[in-house]
Write a protein of this length. Structure first.
Length: 111
């Protein structure tokens, strides 16, 4: 898988919204994070940030589609705590600064 067109073929069982969220999340590079709100804005649904979280919760292609790179606006991790711990560790391994279990959001890492 190398591009958005190839990715969209994998989403025959997803809604258009879920597909858009997953494709947008795929574009977040290693060493960067985005927020649920920013993903919602980039797909043209600025008020759908909670729905973005729900779509990412159903991501069947993690970590290829790096949903671990999407965090709350305060740098916290959504979802169940066991999943949050795994996501936190993945981000630490990518060099994302984390303090007290929260991503330290800065322009340098925010996409």
């Amino acid at each position: 898988m190398t591009n958005e067109k190839e990715l969209s073929c994998l989403f025959h069982n997803k809604t258009d919204f879920e597909r858009d969220v997953l494709i947008e999340t795929f574009t977040i590079p290693r060493g960067k994070v985005s927020t649920y709100k920013q993903v919602a804005i980039r797909i043209g649904r600025p008020n759908a940030y909670r729905a973005v979280g729900n779509a990412l919760h159903k991501n069947p292609y993690a970590p290829i589609i790096p949903c671990h790179r999407v965090v709350r606006s305060d740098g916290g991790f959504g979802g169940p705590k066991t999943n949050a711990n795994k996501r936190r560790q993945l981000l630490k391994n990518e060099g994302i600064p984390i303090k007290n279990g929260i991503v330290i959001i800065s322009d340098a890492i925010l996409m």
